[in-house]
Write a protein that binds this ligand. Structure first.
Ligand code: S3P
Length: 167
């Protein structure tokens, strides 16, 4: 079984919830890249975006991902944009088992609606914004070893399926 499992996928597809449960089941440590960035920077993601911009956030994101990919034997949950850098996609693909979580636009909108912590989704037309960002990222999640749609599914069911695919 792979010792390092990456969860990738668009915002609101359930990476954090599934990651927590998966790590518990596999008795592996859990690292959340966004959480590590916030810890390292001592400020929230909206603050980082507002003060230093997205490009700076992406640099820190790539650094944290590289460190974890080299050291941690763990479940690693990533932010939805961690796949934007080709180097990050290559790194994850070669250093672990990559699971992509997906969900319908409606499901994503209902999960992220009203959340002030996602600077890229602060829009009056959330549905349109999600569609636009998904189009801009088309194909970037396709390097995953497995893709699962989480819409309407239980966390236990998804985790069980991931574990089956691991062995
Ligand atoms: C982002 C996703 C967020 C976070 C940041 C940018 C993105 O993580 O990293 O707001 O570009 O898709 P989640 O996917 O956990 O919401």
């Amino acid at each position: 079984m792979a010792e390092r499992i990456f969860l990738i996928g668009f915002m609101g597809t359930g990476k954090t919830t599934v990651g927590e449960s998966l790590a518990r089941e596999l008795q592996l440590p859990l690292f959340d890249i966004d959480h590590e960035i916030v810890k390292r920077e001592g400020r929230t993601i909206p603050e980082i975006f507002a003060t230093n911009g997205e490009a700076y956030f992406r640099r820190v994101e790539s650094e944290v991902l590289l460190e974890l990919s080299e050291s941690a034997h763990a479940v690693i949950t990533t932010g939805g944009g961690a796949v934007l850098a080709p180097g990050n996609r290559e790194l994850m693909g070669k250093s672990g088992f990559v699971v992509c979580l997906a969900a319908t636009v409606e499901e994503i909108v209902s999960r992220v609606s009203g959340d002030p912590n996602r600077p890229l989704l602060q829009s009056d037309d959330l549905r349109q914004r999600v569609i636009q960002l998904q189009e801009a990222r088309a194909g970037l999640y396709d390097f995953a070893h497995v893709t699962l749609d989480t819409t309407g599914r239980s966390v236990d069911g998804i985790v069980g399926e991931i574990i089956m695919k691991l062995s």
